[in-house]
Design a protein around this ligand. Structure first.
Ligand code: AHR
Length: 641
């Protein structure tokens, strides 16, 4: 049992004023908290995740596939990413063949014609991966190749060091035959392999002959050993963010540039060979290996819910589908998609999900209809939303339906959306000035989903100044989380290779081998990890205009989480009084993110420059003093009784 002796008095007689003692504190401000008088409930789903196929977030990022352009189609000329590399006296050629492929969805292939080759002089094709191929010791690499052709010209697959030419793992594939067949393999690296991304995947042929190959896939070990799964480091980083949901599949990625290029979920399920893939509006091809079921599995692995965005008949370049009969097939697609996620196995699409390997239904609370429909110049959103709303509510009355139009334009009037999705991309100073954005929002109207937001300072990942803007903004969302019930920073991921980024300002950066969190990432982790269940009454007086705070309490745990954000370079003195509690524990946990300048940041080569530091603060009491250092984000976990 916890003991509370000594609480409510200054235990060691010294109030630690925290770091920043060297700075001049501004005039003393006062913060009064009355823990006995809650003013709002904190939404348990406040913090979540939002990504899409942007910045090589999935392919070349989270999705474990090591082979780039595994279906020979990413640059429209067919063989981008692949180099023919004959060894010694080997001779041959490789070219796209549009006349044969392993499936209707993938009707093309790479034809390899080997004129001369033997065991010491193989004809080979090299794939350099996504700016490298990460290879680690004692690891099993699994995959498959679809192939047909001359049996003699069977294939080997290897992982080879670019620097030394050393074979790090290799295996012979089953014999090729005259029919298209999926040839699966597995190969393991030895204990002497040094972790590196300076490697290639090499397919080689040791006999003359002709063969056709397609969908060349190599996976490293994945998170929770999921087949066709995700990179463990990135999944672990997301788990650390304590998210409650994943907004999926995007963003612009849901809409596509055109209707044809939308996220057409039915083409993203089932065997990989039956997925044609499609172009992301961020200008590269997706194989849709990370399709609808993989998104749902990702949620399951992180123990979070999907916020499922359904295509609503509007695409980025302005094409739209008129509400009425023309829109009906898209509405039906959305109903089918919800059934695929949530239906039991007796339903058509629930049975399809079971066939795809997941008989259990997924939980679902929120469905979002479209994305950023305030941009729709046709003004058709009200009628499109209403058609979706009525059909979905008729079948799934329990679902909460999100509108993507807001006060920026095209607000829905014909029905009342359950939630409205607001997006904010701002500078830190703009967020500092807008932390009261939701203070006056009508509590009787729709709830708010802040579906995309970020302070856009620093690239490819944001800097400490951005983290300050983010933290200030989060204090406002927490204070108003009775109405702001879900929120997700965007975008989450960027491949930091020079050609990898389409959107500057992202939360997590990575290359083929390593990953790191931006200061903004750590601010997110701190805010989501230390979050109470209620917002108590509080008032701040006399502080500078760049001091922001949030206070939430969790009575069951007996804690108050006090977050203090100082966006100025000047320290701020603060007298804190905690009313409405019987006792206060004399020592508190302090988690601090701070940096000497707003430009301070983390990078792939210096990933831990700005990270949270934990310490214990003594002298905490019903009335105590703190100095909030300049440029700092503090979370105090205070025990109460
Ligand atoms: O997050 C990047 C993009 O910003 C999203 O795809 C889009 O919804 C928004 O405009």
């Amino acid at each position: 049992m916890m003991r509370f002796e000594g609480w409510g008095r200054i235990v060691c007689g010294v109030v630690l004023l925290g770091a920043g003692l060297g700075q001049m504190a501004g005039a003393q401000a006062t913060l009064t908290i009355d823990a006995a008088k809650p003013v709002a409930k904190v939404s348990p789903t406040l913090y979540g995740l939002m990504t899409e196929e942007i910045n090589y977030s999935y392919e070349g990022g989270l999705y474990g596939e090591l082979v780039r352009n595994r279906t020979f189609r990413s640059d429209w000329s067919g063989v981008d990413g692949w180099i023919s590399t004959p060894y010694g006296s080997a001779r041959g050629s490789a070219a796209l063949d549009k006349t044969t492929g392993p499936s209707a969805a993938i009707p093309t292939s790479l034809k390899i014609n080997v004129e001369q080759a033997d065991a010491n002089n193989a004809f080979a094709l090299r794939n350099g991966g996504w700016w490298g191929v990460a290879v680690r010791a004692n690891s099993t690499y699994t995959g498959s190749v679809y192939a047909k052709g001359d049996a003699a010209a069977s294939l080997h697959v290897s992982l080879i060091s670019n620097q030394t030419g050393k074979v790090l793992a290799t295996t012979a594939l089953p014999t090729v035959s005259g029919e298209w067949k999926q040839l699966s393999f597995s190969m393991k690296t030895g204990s002497d392999v040094k972790s590196s991304a300076d490697n290639s995947i090499v397919l080689s042929v040791e006999h003359p002959g002709t063969l056709w190959i397609q969908q060349v896939s190599v996976f490293p070990p994945t998170y929770k050993d999921r087949a066709n799964g995700n990179r463990p480091d990135l999944m672990e980083m997301m788990a650390e963010m304590h998210p409650a949901f994943l907004r999926m599949p995007g963003g612009n990625y849901l809409e596509g540039d055109t209707i044809k290029e939308r996220f057409d979920w039915k083409k993203t399920i089932g065997p990989l060979v039956d997925r044609p893939g499609h172009r992301s509006p961020w200008n590269y091809q997706s194989t849709d290996g990370l399709g609808l079921l993989e998104f749902l599995n990702w949620c399951e692995d992180l123990k979070i819910q999907p916020v499922l965005a359904v295509y609503a008949g509007y695409s980025l370049k302005g094409e739209h589908v008129t509400a009425g009969p023309d829109l009906q097939p898209y509405v039906q697609d959305a109903l089918d998609e919800i059934e695929y996620a949530t239906g039991d196995v007796s339903t058509k699409w629930g049975a399809e999900r079971a066939k795809d390997g997941h008989p259990a239904a997924f939980p679902l609370t929120y469905v979002e209809i479209g994305n950023e429909d305030w941009f729709d110049k046709s003004k058709s959103y009200d009628s499109r939303y209403t058609q979706f709303y009525k059909a979905i509510k008729a079948k799934y009355p329990q679902l909460q339906l999100i509108s993507t139009a807001n006060e920026r334009g095209n607000e829905v009037k014909s029905v009342t959306p359950d939630l409205i999705d607001d997006h904010f991309y701002k500078r830190a100073e703009e967020f500092f000035a807008d932390t009261h954005h939701y203070d006056k929002t009508d509590r009787k109207g729709p709830k708010i989903f802040v579906g995309e937001w970020a302070t856009r300072e620093g690239e490819p990942t944001t800097n400490f100044g951005a983290a300050l803007g983010d933290a200030a903004w989060m204090t406002g969302m927490e204070r108003n989380s009775d109405v702001v019930v879900i929120a997700s920073y965007a975008p989450l991921f960027v491949n930091v290779n020079p050609q990898g980024m389409q959107w500057a300002s992202n939360l997590i950066g990575y290359n083929a081998l390593n990953s790191y969190g931006s200061p903004s990432y750590y601010a997110q982790v701190m805010f989501a990890k230390y979050l109470g269940t209620e917002v108590p009454t509080s008032e701040l007086k006399g502080a500078g205009n760049k001091l922001f705070y949030s206070v939430t309490e969790d009575k069951a745990k007996g804690v108050i989480y006090l977050k203090l954000v100082n966006g100025s370079s000047t320290a701020q003195g603060l007298s804190i009084s905690l009313d409405g509690v019987n006792a206060v524990k004399g020592s508190a946990k302090l988690v601090r993110l701070s940096a000497p300048t707003t430009a301070a940041t983390n990078t792939i080569s210096d990933p831990k420059r700005v990270v949270p530091v934990e310490s214990t603060v003594t002298g905490v009491a019903k009335n105590f003093k703190r100095t909030v250092p300049g440029y700092s984000i503090d979370v105090l976990e205070i025990g109460i009784q």
